[in-house]
Design a binder for this molecule. Structure first.
Ligand SMILES: [Zn+2]
Length: 93
């Protein structure tokens, strides 16, 4: 019982931290698109005076006939906590 709880709790906590998910709404057609950043592979590092910044950029397109490209930029600190988010062509929901 204790062992089972330990394994289950440990693995779910880890997988939650691996990905940062977000949703954006297209400015043109209103479709909501979900994106995901793999915090282990998708980040590039920028060296800034105050500390390293981890940076991710995603371009999303909906499945409707609308071909609006939605560009998302995200910045994280070394603990993978979100510092800044910016979106072009849509809005965060
Ligand atoms: Zn759209």
């Amino acid at each position: 019982m204790n062992l089972l709880k330990k394994i289950f709790g440990g693995s779910s906590a880890k997988s939650d931290q691996r990905y940062y998910t977000f949703s954006v709404k297209c400015n043109r057609c209103g479709e909501v698109i979900t994106g995901r950043v793999d915090l282990s592979n998708d980040l590039s590092v920028e060296y800034e005076a105050g500390g390293d910044i981890f940076y991710a950029r995603k371009v999303l397109m909906g499945e409707n006939r609308c071909f609006q490209r939605i560009e998302v930029e995200l910045k994280f600190n070394p603990n993978r906590e979100l510092l800044e988010q910016h979106v072009t062509g849509g809005e965060f929901v």
